[in-house]
Design a binder for this molecule. Structure first.
Ligand code: SF4
Length: 69
């Protein structure tokens, strides 16, 4: 599974960091770092994080494009 965070929406509430600390990490005020390729054992946590994000900034799915290439 892949995840992409819309950083223009992210307000640094850190709900995702709390729920899936192996995937999301906050640096400083609003600097969110995350892994785009979600390990299988983290998928459920990432789904919970996406559901908990107050601004729906976390996008999920195999079809999510990172815009790379
Ligand atoms: S829960 Fe949403 S708003 Fe909060 S840090 Fe994560 S992505 Fe950003």
């Amino acid at each position: 599974m892949r995840t992409v965070v819309d950083l223009t929406r992210c307000q640094g509430y850190a709900q995702c960091v709390f729920l899936a600390p192996d995937v999301f990490e906050l640096h400083g005020e609003e600097g969110l770092l995350y892994a785009t390729a979600v390990p299988g054992d983290q998928e459920e946590r990432v789904r919970q994080a996406a559901a908990a994000c107050p601004v729906q900034a976390i996008l999920l799915g195999e079809e999510v494009s990172t815009g790379a290439r």
